[in-house]
Design a protein around this ligand. Structure first.
Ligand code: CTP
Length: 213
């Protein structure tokens, strides 16, 4: 099982970066639970202070492009990808070699697109089960269903990150799960550790169904 977690950091200069509020708790919880269930787990993590779960092989990355390279290197050998990382969609066009000094007036940053890692995995999907997350602040179902289809996912776990007890930096989450066949599930607020089990139950169910058919 390949799990990605935490946010990426996109360097501006040697001391600054563009980042986001993801702490990595959701992805680390999934990696820990998958290892507890006996899976071989590779956890590709952006910068975070979290401790590596027992039995998990961890690869640390910083930027979205680093994460893309690490994910591609592991992709062929995995049965499922659970992509909990909050990946920066843009990076500065240039990373200054030296600290950017302030001057009077405004500073404008030019940004360029990062690869959409999950979209690329969806394009070259063979046997892999692909699970995405959707971090939204409005129109959760519409946006999540759009990402499910565009990225060729098996299911997507959608959360409204504007809710106090869901999303970034808290130990609970409140999600809906949308499936490629059109089904949707509402889940109550629960600890991320429990949600990790819910997600892995569904991955296991798809794997078992494939073994039977
Ligand atoms: N994702 C990714 N690579 C990116 C952006 C997102 O792999 N460059 C993955 C995330 O890990 C997540 C899913 O795509 O599993 C959805 O991420 P999200 O940030 O909710 O959406 P985006 O696709 O970035 O779309 P938008 O920012 O427009 O909402």
């Amino acid at each position: 099982i390949l799990v990605t977690a935490a946010g990426t950091e996109e360097p501006l200069d040697p001391v600054r970066y563009l980042g986001n509020r993801s702490t990595g708790r959701m992805g680390f919880a999934v990696a820990a639970e998958a290892a507890r269930r006996g899976a071989q787990v590779v956890l590709i993590a952006g910068p975070t202070h979290l401790v590596t779960p027992a039995g998990v092989r961890r690869v640390d990355v910083r930027s979205a492009r680093d994460m893309y390279a690490a994910v591609c290197a592991a992709y062929d050998g995995v049965d499922a990808v659970i992509k909990a990382a909050a990946v920066a969609d843009y990076r500065p066009v240039e990373t200054a070699a030296h600290k950017i000094k302030k001057s009077d007036g405004e500073l404008t940053l030019a940004l360029t697109r990062n690869p959409d890692i999950l979209y690329e995995l969806g394009q070259k999907k063979r046997h892999q089960i692909l699970v995405g997350f959707a971090a939204e602040t409005q129109n959760v179902a519409d946006y999540a269903r759009g990402k499910l289809a565009t990225k060729n996912l098996d299911f997507i776990v959608a959360n409204n990150v504007a809710e106090k007890d869901a999303g970034f930096g808290v130990s609970t989450n409140h999600v809906q799960i949308f499936y490629a066949d059109g089904r949707a599930e509402d889940h109550p607020l629960m600890p991320k550790a429990k949600l990790a089990g819910v997600i892995l139950d569904r991955v296991e169910a798809i794997l078992k169904q494939r073994t039977v058919t």
